[in-house]
Structure formats: C-alpha cells, structure tokens
Design a protein around this ligand. Structure first.
Ligand SMILES: [Zn+2]
Ligand SMILES: [Zn+2]
Ligand SMILES: [Zn+2]
Length: 796
C-alpha cells in the first residue's frame, strides 16, 4: 500500500472498499480465512486486526468484491461470530497483492476475543500420532483450537499481547505461522516441543521429579493410578486430580481440601467413558461434547465405578471431557475417570499463579504437574445441566465461566457509555456493557476473603482491558456490606447506580431474551436486600428492565440467629413451625438427635419475638421443610438442604412412577393460601408447614413429603404468577433467582404456566443464581440512563 492512487490504468469495473467487521473475529483464524478468500477471488488489499475488530481493504473486480462480501459471513471460521459488517467505497490505489498487515492500534471499541477452545480433532490426531513432531506435546493447538481468553493480556489479540510472548517460535513453527495455507497461519499460541512451553512434575517443595513432556505426564498419571492426589495446571487455573474410583484417595482429597459434602466434578476420557458414569440423552451429550466442554450434571449411572464420597447423598454426577492436550494425555495415561476439582481450599478462588498454587495447595497435593506458560486470567470450569422448558430441552447454567467467557451476551438497547457492574457477594461475576453487548466475566466465587477480593479486582481490570473503553458508570447491589458494593463505591471516578438484588435477577432474565418488559417476574432466591431494608427472596415483581415494583411476596418469618439460620436449617424449621402454630412447637422427631431441647426453645422464643431479621426467602422455606422431614438440619455448602430435599423428591417420584403411580399424588395442593394484604399478594405457607409437621409425626417417608412440598409450591407459585399477570395485563412471566436451580420446581412451574397460555422466560445464557446478577445490574443501569426522565420505582 503506497497510500496514493497511481496513474496506472485501472479497469472500469475495478473498485476499492474498506470493510470493517465487528464481533468475535480475532483468535479464530479469521484473517487467514480472509486472506485465502481474497486470493481465491484475485483481489488485492490487506486485512488487519484492530482494537475494534478486523479491517479489510479490497481492490479489484466489482463482482469479485460482491462475491467476497457474501462469502465473508457465510463461510466464516467455525468459532467466529461475525457481528456488524460495514462497507465503505474508497479510492483505488492499485496495489497488486493481498497481505495480512500488522495490527493497528487506533480505535476504542472492543474487539471481542473468543472463549478458550477445546482441542480440535486435527490436533488430537497429531497429538497421538508417533510420527508427528508434536506427538504427545501438551500445548498443541491451531487456529481452530487452544487457549484464548485465559492467555490474552489485552486486545488486539496478537502473540505479543498474550502470555505466549515469552516464547520465540522455532523456524519450523514460524514457517507454519507465516504460511497462509497452513492450519497454524497466525495461530497465536503456536508452539512445539522445541520452542514452546514445557511441563514438569514437581513435589510439593518445588523439586522437579521428572521433566520432559512425556515423562512428567506419564509420571503424574502413574502416581494417580497408585492413589496420589496431583495438582494439575490447566487452562484457567489448577485442578486437584485423583482417580474417581479410589475411595481412599477421594476421602483424603475431601479431608485436605476441607470440603465436607459438596460434589466433586469428574473428567472422563470420552463420551463412551462418560456414559459409564452418567445417563445422557442427546441434549446432554451434545453439551458435554460441545467446544465449551462444560461440566454437565446428569443422573448417575447405577453401578458407576465412582467412590461414594465423590457426590454424597446425590444421585447425580458432574462430568466433563478433556479440553486441553494435557488433559487428553493425562486421562489416557491414568486409565480411568478422574476427580477434577478446582485447585483451592474450601470456597477460595481457584489458584492459577504458580507460586500461589504451590503455597496454597502443597498441603493437599502429593505432586504438581505444572508448566511455564503463565495463565493471565483465572477461569473455572463451567457447570450446566439440561432442563425442559415448555417441551424444549435447554441448558441451565449453574456456573458460566471457561468456554463461554468472554462470549458477548446481547443487550436489548444500546449504551454509548461503558457500564461496569460488580455483581453480588456470592457466586460473583462482573460485567461490562458497551453498545448493545455485554461481556460477563468469569466466575470469581464468594467475596468473603482477601484472596477473592484480589481475584475480583484483577478480573474487573482484565475485563476493562478487553472491552477497550474505560467505564463511566458502575452498577452495584443495594447491599452496603457486599464487598462488590464497597468496591463500586470506592471507584470514586465512576457514577454509581444501585440496583435491587431481585430486580437485577428479573432484568437479567428479560434482557437475555431480548425483552425490555413490562412483564411479571417471579424471583425465588436465597437472600438479597430488599427495597424496604428487609431480606427478600420470594418476590413477585412487575416492571421493565430498568424498574420494577413488588406486587407480592412469600409471608415473612424471622431468621433466628441471622446468618446461622442459613447454615443450620433446623433454625428455619423452628421459625416456620413457631409461626405456623403461634406457640413453641414440639421438636419434630428427625431433629431430636441433633438439636437440644433448650436450643429449640431459645430459637422458638426468638422466632416469636425478637429484634431479628425477617426473610421472605423461598430458599429458607425449602431449608425448613428439609430439616423438618429429616433430610438435613445443618449444611456444609450453600443450599445443601434444599438440594438434597429436591433429590429426595425426585427419587420418590421415580420410584412411584416405576410402580405406576401418579407423579402428583399426595401433593399439598390446597395448603398454600394466597392473600391480598396491603396491595400485596402474600403467599402464606403456614398450612403446608403444619401438614409437613403432621406427616412427619405420622411417619410419612421424607421423599414423599419432599415431593408433596414441591408440588404445593409449584401450585402456589403458578397461582400467584397468574394472578399478578392478570391484574397487570401481562402474559410474559420471567422466572429467576437461585431457587430455580431446582429443576423440579422450574420444569413443573414453566410447564404449568405455559399450559395456561403464558409466555415463560427462563435464564438460558446465564445462571439463574447470583452469577447472573452483574448482567442484570448492567442492563438495568443502561436502561435507566436511556430513560432518565422516568420516575424511579420503589425497587431502586
Ligand atoms: Zn487444533
Ligand atoms: Zn517450534
Ligand atoms: Zn440472588
């Protein structure tokens, strides 16, 4: 390109255009694709990455340019997401070839990176081919696969902007990288055993046990076969791995990790191996083998060779397939399914820096399988299940992270300002919105300790780097004590916008479906600060994505002991029973062994009258029923009682169905009353609580009771949603909040509401739990900025 038109005669049909392509077009082999397409059509010009996406200039035959433009979108590489394409006519300059130019640095908008991509079939073939020069090389990749988000320091996505910058390609790799005909043309993480990152196997003091790719991985696998726990440096952080069928290794891992009951995820070699662990229908198998390679939660296969302690008291298992070459080699060598759990203690963030990992994991792992390619951004495995909503099988995220981040999520409006949203306290994610796209960052987890806060603020900075434009607004939860709120308010240069917790859940669900409202929102949740300063969690809202009003809620009860009522569901059982009977109830039989009579009496007194927080949380009501019926009185992880209560209900229904019984038999259908109090629809479950109490006393089986409670709740929720919809004249009902991870409630309620002619929206791109909050906060803030003249509703 000389920059000026030449005097050379140009055919009359020749023209030159500048094409700007937005979307996920970097790190997916887009430039090589453009290069090959332009050359095939005998066009000259260039393609270049920029911070705003990809810029192409084309010169040549008129019809060839048209053909190029139509094939550009249609034939784009598999992982590209072509967004807006704008074409501008410019003056011809008469250049004679097509080149890949170096990246420009100008511009401000985001060039969106793809998520990390699982190893493709071509690379996998080479990995296990003894004749290939990358045989057993654990960092094999190409333009169709490999790390992206976790190694990117900034955009534009060039090798020098990634953690591969430190590795200089050998002549052979460089030749592939430079050859437009090669699968590795401009594959930024391109590497081989000669020039790329190397693995090593070390003991917990950092002493190398064996080096060399094959030795280290084979050594780790041999140790795992012998019962060792090995810390494995993966794509977005460290995992702790051991054989899934080795009961003593799993028990040791549980003890050392200080994780009492929360299930461990498994990694199986391939789909067939996964099917020996869990039962998979087509939708589940598709999700498991998708390029994102999430952990898929599915029904455990009876007789699966898995230690009991992998998932205590659950009849489901979370399984994933290998997604990096290192994992493929390790699982193949270990010769059996592995436990693959996040490298952390308890609920801390995942370790991803090498020195930090050794420091934090040396008391847990017997060996470290590490390597020298730094991880820039921590990213945990995503967790998904498949649910049926209105007869369609769709994903329900429990955690959205690796493989999906930073894939943009559309926003049903456009914001010229960059809006940062800081999310909640638990299951934290952050989000940035710019124009009509949102990028939700990786799962950070619970912001309860310093290490989580450091991870959180690092993640926010990384996100801001990737979007390329500094935020002007920061949206946050109403709760003043959330660490994410304090962080937002400490960013003095940004304008803060507070968004009520359950409104954010509601807005997130609407917005991801491209809806702005008005609609009815049924938000069933653990806990969030309400607009009235009380703890909410069983809310019926009405409004749009910017504002909503509360039109109903679950009857409020006291939470004896505040936070300890969350850890000890028997306290909620006592509170609900005391409320239901109006006097101190006798201790239900299943609780007599674990709760002392004087404790029970004290809590009952507090429940009757005390300066205590009250809650309208459906999560706490489920906890109470779980405790009353003897399923669980104390928990070791969030929502454990409600989760096990759901599992008991499902197991009971399956058993009944096998005997030919009706799934809804014995449901507490008329035990929940909907009342209108002070303009609010109040769901009053006291009769249900009394019914549970009586049935427990009469010896009715816990699973049977659990099934009836679920049926009763579905009935009441349906009734109140329909009433709200009728009063407000809206046929659209959004279901969100952490309780809707309960698939029994979700599927039955969605089915019932759909059957009565309502349009039911259920989160499918983001989790219904607090992992989706930041997106809801961001879209609410964006909407309010666009509609600043509107009155703000009570749910600020
Ligand atoms: Zn590949
Ligand atoms: Zn090389
Ligand atoms: Zn919530």
């Amino acid at each position: 390109m000389t920059g000026f038109a030449t005097t050379q005669a140009v055919p009359v049909t020749s023209r030159r255009v500048r094409v700007d392509v937005r979307g996920t077009v970097q790190g997916v082999g887009f430039r090589p694709f453009v290069f090959r397409l332009a050359r095939a059509l005998a066009l000259s010009g260039f393609v270049r990455n920029g911070p705003g996406g990809v810029t192409i200039e084309l010169e040549g035959d008129d019809r060839a340019i048209d053909r190029f433009l139509s094939r550009l979108v249609r034939e784009a590489p598999k992982h590209a997401r072509v967004g807006r394409v704008s074409v501008e006519e410019i003056a011809s300059i008469g250049d004679h070839e097509f080149v890949v130019a170096t990246s420009g640095e100008q511009g401000t908008a985001a060039a969106l990176l793809p998520p990390d991509l699982c190893t493709c079939s071509d690379c996998l073939r080479e990995l296990f081919d003894p004749a290939d020069r990358r045989y057993r090389y654990p960092f094999i990749n190409c333009t169709a696969c490999g790390p992206r988000f976790t190694i990117a320091r900034r955009v534009p996505y060039d090798r020098s902007s990634t953690t591969m910058a430190a590795f200089t390609m050998c002549p052979q790799c460089q030749a592939e990288y430079d050859d437009p005909a090669d699968r590795r043309f401009h594959a930024q993480p391109n590497a081989c055993p000669r020039c790329g990152p190397k693995v090593s196997l070390r003991d917990p003091r950092g002493v190398v046990v064996s080096a060399g790719p094959s030795d280290a991985i084979a050594g780790a696998a041999a140790a795992i076969r012998d019962g060792a726990i090995v810390a494995v440096k993966g794509l977005g952080g460290y995992h702790l791995a051991c054989r899934a069928d080795n009961a003593s290794a799993v028990a040791r891992l549980r003890r050392r990790k200080q994780r009492d009951d929360k299930p461990f995820a498994l990694m199986a070699a391939d789909l067939d191996a996964a099917r020996r662990l869990v039962r998979l229908d087509d939708a589940e198998a598709d999700l498991l083998t998708s390029d994102a390679r999430p952990i898929v939660i599915a029904r455990a296969e009876p007789g699966a060779l898995v230690a009991e302690l992998v998932a205590p008291a659950r009849d489901e298992l979370g399984v994933m397939l290998p997604y990096t070459p290192l994992h493929h080699l390790l699982v193949a060598d270990a010769d059996g399914a592995l436990v693959m759990t996040s490298g952390n203690v308890s609920d801390e963030p995942i370790a991803f820096r090498d020195d930090d990992a050794v420091h934090r994991l040396s008391a847990i792992a017997d060996l470290f399988l590490s390597h020298d390619r730094p991880i820039e951004a921590a990213c945990e495995d995503s967790v998904v299940r498949v649910v049926t909503v209105a007869e369609r099988r769709q994903p329900l995220f429990i955690r959205r992270s690796r493989g999906f981040v930073p894939q943009p999520i559309p926003v049903p409006l456009s914001s010229n300002e960059t809006i940062l949203a800081t999310g909640g306290q638990l299951k934290n994610t952050a989000c940035v919105v710019r124009h009509s796209e949102a990028i939700v960052g990786p799962h950070v987890g619970d912001l309860d300790d310093m290490s989580s806060l450091v991870a959180f603020s690092r993640g926010v900075d990384h996100l801001a780097q990737l979007i390329g434009a500094p935020p002007a607004i920061v949206a946050h939860d109403l709760h003043p004590d959330y660490a994410s709120t304090r962080y937002a308010l400490d960013r003095g240069e940004l304008e803060p916008i507070a968004v009520q917790h359950h409104h954010a859940h509601f807005a997130a669900c609407l917005a991801e479906h491209g809806e702005t409202g008005p609609a009815i929102g049924l938000v069933f949740d653990g806990a969030g600060l309400g607009a009235d300063g009380r703890i909410w969690g069983g809310e019926i809202l009405y409004g749009d994505i910017g504002h909503s009003i509360r039109i109903g809620h679950l009857r409020a009860v006291r939470m004896p002991g505040g936070e300890s009522a969350v850890r000890e569901p028997w306290r909620m059982a006592c509170a609900w029973l005391t409320d239901a009977f109006g006097v101190e109830p006798a201790i239900p039989a299943p609780l007599r062994e674990t709760v002392a009579p004087e404790q029970w009496r004290a809590v009952s007194r507090l429940a009757l009258a005390g300066p205590l927080p009250v809650t309208t949380s459906v999560g706490r009501l489920l906890d109470a029923c779980a405790a009353m019926s003897g399923v669980r009185s104390r928990v070791t992880y969030e929502a454990q009682a409600a989760i096990e209560f759901e599992a008991a209900a499902k197991a009971h229904r399956r058993a009944r169905a096998r005997r030919g019984g009706s799934p809804s038999a014995g449901v507490y259908e008329n035990s929940i009353v909907i009342e209108k109090i002070d303009d609010q629809l109040v769901i009053d479950p006291r009769e249900l609580v009394r019914a549970v109490y009586d049935d427990v006393r009469d010896g009715r089986e816990a699973g049977d009771i659990a099934s009836s409670v679920h049926g009763g709740l579905v009935y009441a929720a349906r009734l109140v949603a329909e009433l709200g919809a009728e009063v407000r004249g809206s046929r659209t009902i959004a279901l969100s909040g952490g309780v809707f991870q309960n698939t029994l409630l979700l599927e039955e309620l969605a089915l019932a509401l759909t059957a009565s002619g309502h349009r039911v929206l259920v989160p499918r791109l983001l989790p219904p739990n607090d992992g989706g909050l930041s997106y809801g906060q961001a879209v609410a803030a964006a909407w309010r900025r666009k509609n600043v003249s509107r009155d703000s509703g009570p749910n600020r």
